[in-house]
Design a protein around this ligand. Structure first.
Ligand SMILES: [Zn+2]
Length: 127
């Protein structure tokens, strides 16, 4: 088991195991505490997983309230939600839309896909 070791001011050392359900990050936009799926975070293609900006589902949703969604936005959305542990919901939407990668989406499908994805994430009780 991996654990973190922190030295307190009084000289004592605290060890705490790193588990799937006890790792959190602050949303880089609103500061809300968000649970982090470490496995997903390290599996995603991040230059440095430990310094990745985590954005909460609510802030991700706000970003998508704007009108013109680009492929770049779609990739960012997919990556952000995957980091938060929603890869399963993303893959199930790929099936619904008949695609194997986000890049296969047609521009007119961006809005529907983003809404469906954010909805799936909301239904899981995260927001
Ligand atoms: Zn946020």
């Amino acid at each position: 088991m991996l654990y973190i070791k922190t030295k307190l001011k009084d000289g004592r050392t605290v060890k705490s195991g790193i588990k799937e359900n006890n790792t959190f990050a602050r949303c880089s936009e609103c500061g809300t505490e968000v649970p982090v799926q470490l496995g997903e975070l390290f599996a995603a293609e991040n230059a440095d997983p430990l310094y990745t900006d985590i954005v909460c589902p609510e802030c991700t949703k706000k970003r998508f309230a704007k009108q013109n969604i680009t492929m770049e936005d779609m990739v960012l959305l997919a990556t952000a939600l995957c980091r938060l542990g929603f890869c399963r919901q993303l893959l199930s939407l790929y099936t619904d839309f008949g695609i194997e990668a986000i890049q296969e989406l047609e521009p007119e499908e961006y809005r529907n896909f983003a809404d469906a994805l954010l909805c799936a994430v909301t239904e899981d009780g995260v927001i």
